[in-house]
Design a protein around this ligand. Structure first.
Ligand code: MSP
Length: 510
């Protein structure tokens, strides 16, 4: 892989950025940073999904025009991701002119080729989901997600011949077992394809909804919001020119949660097939964050807002928690208690203590000046180095498999080893013996190498911390990349220790 086109869902602007959105953003940001550090040409796309019934309703409820409403909330998403240090390359809004033109071009092409036809439709429609439901999909006659009774709607509409791609999609899923991953979600898509695949209604009559992209071949209709939204992924690649499209689009890595598996696992690939475009490389699906009290919602007052988390705990601590606590693909529980426990145990104690002990000793014993490494290393020095090499190798394979929590576990296992190395070598005791000063210098040199390696390994996950570590070591980015033992010249001065992650006192202990 020498290119990566990484995407998040484009978020609806009827809610403000919360924990769930932030998780996907943090995951993709981590992958993007990791790719870039490996020399992969990386493009990171995010944005907002601004058309459809839901948005029109939210604007009305707020007493403003849809345009004024979407401008405000889309701006809020963008400024939130900026404040969180998310390194996206392009922020698309489905109200962008280029996107509207692109959607209309695709629709016109598909219509000309007979992939879209006009027909009658009646069925049960959930406004919340913006889609029709079959009786079978309902639970006690209600939408399983919104617990509301869908409306019976009869109308004439345009349809995309999705059904005719059913067999081809099944064949692709068999040929490319990793297309949708982890496997449980591939199985879910295959299960959806065991039922006959119906054609997809891709329009809404303007009599009912005007907030959408007009169909190029019938001005009485607007485009169904999912058809418009999914096209964001290729719309941006097309905007950047033919060469970009050819090089990047086939390297697409979509990241979504399980809630929107069907549109991404079924509608989107069949749309791409009909348009004669290559499929995405992977659809990467994660689970849901749930609160102790169940679902996160405004009415329950338990919405977790990223900027509040950043202000209270620091962005890196929040990122660490999200990536360490959730196994990608499975659901995870969010609680502040668990967050504080991880900050205190893993960040304040483990990481913070290692760094401050090493820098404090370096300062106290050698006024911050790095001592030379002798040519003869002790067995424990090799072990320490090898443990970090192993952590780096494991990290790279785990990130490639989207197992972020395991990648961090590997780093922390090396960190534990470094803390044990201090106990084992006991530089604080050796320093009292004038004959052992040189050895103390060597031990600290190896420990500084451990901190330097940590700065490199943590960079994709905790970018601010990684930068802080290299600043404490007074090293440039280039110096972070060289092998163990070559990072410091003797006499190089490192900075005095500082507290990276203050312990958080919980109420119980106050
Ligand atoms: N607009 C559509 C997506 C169109 S993509 C072409 C949409 N928007 S959304 O605002 O509802 O965002 C859904 C996504 O937000 C999920 O797929 C996931 O990335 C994230 N999450 C929202 N709540 C979440 C949790 N509680 N847990 C984990 N992620 C969730 O659907």
């Amino acid at each position: 892989m020498n290119r990566a086109y990484l995407t998040t869902p484009i978020f609806y602007v009827n809610a403000e950025p919360h924990l769930g959105h932030t998780y996907t953003m943090v995951v993709v940001d981590t992958v993007a940073r990791w790719c870039r550090s490996r020399g992969v040409e990386t493009f990171f796309l995010t944005g907002t999904d601004e058309h459809g019934d839901k948005i029109a309703e939210a604007a009305e409820a707020n007493g403003v025009t849809p345009q004024a409403y979407v401008d405000r909330i889309s701006g809020l998403f963008r400024s939130t991701w900026d404040a969180c240090g998310i390194t996206y390359d392009h922020f698309i809004r489905t109200t962008d002119e280029h996107h509207k033109r692109y959607v209309q071009d695709v629709l016109a092409r598909l219509h000309e080729r007979g992939e879209i036809y006009f027909g009658e439709y009646e069925g049960l429609y959930c406004v919340g989901c913006e889609r029709f439901y079959t009786e079978k999909e309902l639970v006690d006659g209600k939408c399983p997600d919104h617990r509301t009774t869908p409306e019976w709607i009869e109308e004439e509409n345009y349809f995309f011949r999705m059904g005719k791609y059913q067999e081809r999609l099944v064949a692709v899923l068999n040929e490319r077992p990793e297309l949708v991953r982890p496997e449980r979600y591939r199985n879910e898509v295959l299960a959806m394809l065991r039922e006959p695949l119906e054609d997809l209604c891709i329009s809404r009559p303007k009599a009912r909804l005007t907030w959408g992209i007009e169909l190029p071949f019938d001005k009485n209709f607007v485009t169904y919001v999912w058809f418009d939204a999914l096209l964001n992924y290729t719309s941006v690649a097309a905007l950047r020119g033919e060469e970009f499209f050819r090089d990047y689009w086939p390297c697409a890595e979509h990241f979504i949660a399980k809630d929107i598996l069907k549109p991404h696992g079924v509608y989107w690939p069949t749309m791409l097939m009909a348009a004669g475009l290559p499929l995405y490389d992977h659809l990467n699906v994660h689970g849901y964050w749930v609160m102790d009290s169940g679902k996160m919602s405004k009415s329950l007052g338990n919405v977790i807002r990223p900027l509040e988390m950043k202000a209270r705990f620091g962005m890196d601590a929040f990122r660490y928690f999200l990536l360490r606590e959730m196994a990608f693909g499975q659901d995870a529980k969010f609680s502040e208690e668990a967050l504080v426990t991880r900050i205190n145990a893993d960040l304040a104690n483990n990481l913070g203590n290692l760094v401050s002990r090493v820098l404090a000793m370096q300062q106290k014993y050698f006024a911050g000046a790095v001592q030379p490494l002798s040519s003869g290393w002790a067995a424990e020095d090799f072990e320490l180095r090898d443990k970090f090499i192993q952590a780096e190798n494991e990290l790279n394979s785990y990130v490639a498999e989207l197992q972020f929590h395991r990648a961090l576990e590997s780093v922390w296992s090396a960190l534990d080893h470094a803390n044990r190395y201090i106990v084992q070598t006991a530089p604080f005791t050796m320093i009292k013996d004038p004959e052992k000063q040189a050895r103390v210098g060597e031990v600290l040199h190896h420990l500084l190498e451990a901190v330097r390696t940590l700065s490199r390994l943590l960079a994709p996950f905790m970018p601010d911390t990684a930068r802080e570590l290299s600043a404490l070591l007074a090293l440039s980015d280039d110096a972070l990349r060289v092998p163990w033992g070559q990072g410091f010249v003797a006499g190089h001065k490192v900075n005095p220790a500082k507290v990276l992650f203050p312990r958080i006192e919980t109420d119980a202990k106050k």
